[in-house]
Design a protein around this ligand. Structure first.
Ligand SMILES: Nc1ncnc2c1ncn2[C@@H]1O[C@H](COP(=O)(O)OP(=O)(O)OP(=O)(O)O)[C@@H](O)[C@H]1O
Ligand SMILES: [Mg+2]
Length: 357
């Protein structure tokens, strides 16, 4: 798929914005603080209806504005006849002071975003890797997102019960009705995450090999205390075994909220031993590896939004990335310096304005 055009009003530091991007690689360059990441955020919001940058939508409208809006065209040229979908998204302040996001989802539209914070997938805490794999699973299997919300509610409820002051037996009795549901939804999450890991694996090895000729082999594995088990009964049994300890500590100790991903380069933990450049390349490779499985699942290519993906990398790696991107469909790549890439549409971003360079 592609973004045909986008217009924005009062979006972050853009008073107005109008952009007709190219069908393949688009380079957005400009000095720091001019609006490059804001523009990627707008493109992502147009495509997916969510900001990849923040869950706090109140931050999106231009300071002092009661609303922000985006309109644009999403185009699918992969079927027998091209499909064009007009999209409008709004962020508005309601009378009661809350902020509301408006706009219809487009079921085949996907965007994959990469930014500097993605380094955390490789070198950060387990929660960064869980949200990475949940993001992938959500793009592959849209139901994943709603079951994740449901799981978080069940987990919060369970933890509240565990923190209650009643004695062991009473707590157990109150947990019981929730546990079966917790185990069912929890195991669904685990299984979808495992499938997402499996879907990434082959492409990850290929992409990392392409980006870094001397780089070795990258592998990811899903890590859970549940071992290979894949049915809800296994999670239920683990909850039962952990119950005494759970009551003592007042929190749920087994389930997908405790899982992690192992990321290895040639069998060695990338978090502990990878160089910063290697970690950046692995993080980028993880995002690029998503393209093929997401294309298969959605029936059309995702739009790639790559924020500052070339920084901190050596010239050979930068060249390989650009080569890899040339094979993709629509890509947006920001850079703080002017960048010339053969065949790319180049835009310069300056103080909330975008001009064809
Ligand atoms: N809601 C908002 N209203 C107005 N301005 C905003 C809003 N949110 C952020 N900004 C401003 O937008 C500016 C540009 O931010 P952005 O992150 O897009 O810069 P950038 O071009 O990506 O810079 P860098 O190269 O440093 O990453 C910032 O200076 C920030 O203060
Ligand atoms: Mg930026």
């Amino acid at each position: 798929m592609q973004i045909g055009f986008v217009e924005a009003v009062d979006f972050r530091n853009y008073r107005t914005l109008s952009l007709a991007p190219g069908p393949r690689l688009n380079v957005l360059s400009g000095p720091n603080g001019q609006g490059k990441t804001n523009l990627l955020e707008a493109l992502g919001l147009l495509v997916t209806g969510r900001s990849f940058r923040t869950p706090r939508i109140a931050e999106i409208p231009r300071w002092g504005s009661p609303a922000a809006s985006l309109t644009g065209d999403l185009v699918r040229a992969d079927g027998t006849s091209p499909t064009r979908r007009a999209v409008r998204r709004t962020v508005e302040r309601l009378d009661d002071g809350r902020w509301q996001l408006g706009g219809e989802p487009v079921e085949w539209a996907r965007a994959i975003a990469f930014g500097w914070q993605d380094l955390e997938i490789v070198n950060g805490a387990p929660s960064a890797r869980r949200s990475f794999i949940d993001g992938v699973a959500g793009r592959l299997y849209p139901v994943h997102r709603s079951s994740l919300i449901q799981f978080r509610q069940l987990l919060a409820r369970r933890n509240r019960l565990l923190q209650g002051r009643s004695g062991d037996a009473a707590t157990r009795a109150r947990l019981e009705p929730w546990d079966a549901q917790f185990a069912t939804v929890g195991m669904e999450l685990v299984n979808r995450r495992r499938r997402a890991v499996a879907a990434l694996q082959t492409e990850l090895a290929r992409v990392y090999g392409a980006l870094c000729a001397t780089g070795g082999k990258v592998e990811i594995r899903y890590q859970t205390a549940l071992g290979e088990a894949s049915d809800a009964a296994a999670l239920l049994a683990a909850l039962e075994r952990a119950q005494r300890e759970e009551v003592r500590r007042g929190q749920t100790l087994v389930g997908p909220h405790r899982d992690d991903l192992a990321i290895e380069i040639d069998g060695v933990d990338a978090r502990a031993y990878g160089s910063r450049g290697q970690q950046r390349l692995v993080a980028l490779a993880l995002r690029l590896a998503e393209m093929l499985p997401v294309t298969d699942a959605a029936g059309t290519t995702p739009v790639l939004l790559l924020d500052d993906a070339l920084s901190e990398l050596d010239p050979a790696a930068r060249e390989q990335i650009v080569r890899e991107l040339a094979a993709a469909e629509q890509v947006f790549l920001t850079a703080p310096e002017p960048l010339t890439v053969k065949g790319a549409a180049v835009f310069s971003v300056n103080a909330g304005g975008v001009a064809s360079a």
